[in-house]
Design a protein around this ligand. Structure first.
Ligand SMILES: [Zn+2]
Length: 242
């Protein structure tokens, strides 16, 4: 059993290093996903401001068109008024002119309010566009940094995986399954030392008979409390677990 435990300890060293690297790579990828998320939100806000401005401008053109028509009609009414000799008819046209003026005044007021709204929207649009551009720049530089870091973290990963598989191939199938199940389920280690009579994984006391058995190394023993595989480092061993 001794050789199997030593294999496990060496395998775990590689697995923990692999895990550390892949976790770091995942964290870097999440950073970019986060920026992409903010970028999408910012883009939506910018598009909304642009759509709002387009709508306001369409309304502005509408009102300006109506005002131009009104001006032409007004000219026409004044010419008519000059030609009219009948007082009753003249009064009717004058009345028409008054009503039209009132309408035009309202349209002009509406147009002024629209201009103010437009100014506000344009200002917001400019701010949003600036923020969007800045964020795009940040995405570009962060992507570059992240790609570089991922490249560094990834180099040697394939070799480590090959080494890992070679080591794992030397394990008994059931032990390998047991180890991989624990490693996948627990953060930290799956194979832990018994030190000072306690499990190094969960710090529970190990009963002396069990500790003896672990010492004799005749079978694989799991911690009764956390189910991690236990081992005892030989007292004068110079073998490193790394
Ligand atoms: Zn334990």
């Amino acid at each position: 059993m001794g050789n199997q435990i030593e294999l496990l300890v060496n395998l775990q060293t590689i697995d923990l290093q692999l895990r550390e690297r892949t976790d770091a790579i995942d964290a870097l990828r999440r950073e970019i996903v986060e920026i992409e998320g903010s970028l999408a939100t910012q883009r939506q806000a910018l598009d909304a401001a642009r759509a709002e401005r387009a709508e306001l401008e369409a309304r502005r053109r509408d009102i300006e068109g109506t005002l131009a028509d009104e001006e032409a009609k007004m000219k026409d009414r004044r010419m008519r008024l000059n030609r009219i000799r009948n007082e009753k008819e003249a009064a009717a046209v004058k009345r028409e002119i008054e009503v039209a003026k009132e309408g035009t005044g309202q349209l002009e007021e509406g147009l002024m309010a629209l201009f103010e709204q437009l100014d506000g929207v344009k200002e917001r649009e400019t701010e949003l566009a600036t923020a969007y551009e800045a964020l795009e720049g940040r995405r570009a530089s962060e992507s570059e940094r992240v790609e570089l870091e991922i490249g560094e973290l990834s180099s040697g990963l394939d070799e480590a995986r090959v080494r890992r598989e070679a080591l794992a191939a030397g394990l008994e199938a059931s032990l390998r399954r047991q180890y991989e199940t624990i490693l996948a389920r627990k953060r930290g280690q799956a194979v832990v030392e018994v030190r000072g009579g306690t499990c190094d994984g969960c710090h529970m006391r190990i009963a002396p008979q069990l500790a003896n058995e672990i010492h004799r190394n005749t079978r694989v023993i799991a911690c009764p409390s956390c189910h991690r595989i236990l081992y005892v480092r030989p007292p004068d061993s110079a073998t490193s677990s790394a």
